[in-house]
Design a protein around this ligand. Structure first.
Ligand SMILES: [Zn+2]
Length: 57
């Protein structure tokens, strides 16, 4: 049976979406974006400041 899918890239964060309280926040202006699986917050940039976001939660 399939159903559990292991992400071999990270070995973690393979749960289904939201639920982990994961969001990324701009340290400068407080802009928030939902954390995307497999994409570290610092790879996302604030659309306002252009600064890398930080993990929140
Ligand atoms: Zn910002």
């Amino acid at each position: 049976m399939q159903g559990v899918r292991i992400d071999k890239g990270t070995g973690q964060e393979n749960r289904t979406g939201m639920g982990l309280g994961g969001s990324c926040v701009c340290p400068d202006c407080g802009y928030k974006a939902p954390h995307r699986r497999g994409a570290p917050c610092y790879e996302q940039k604030c659309p306002k400041c252009g600064k890398p976001l930080m993990r929140e939660g």
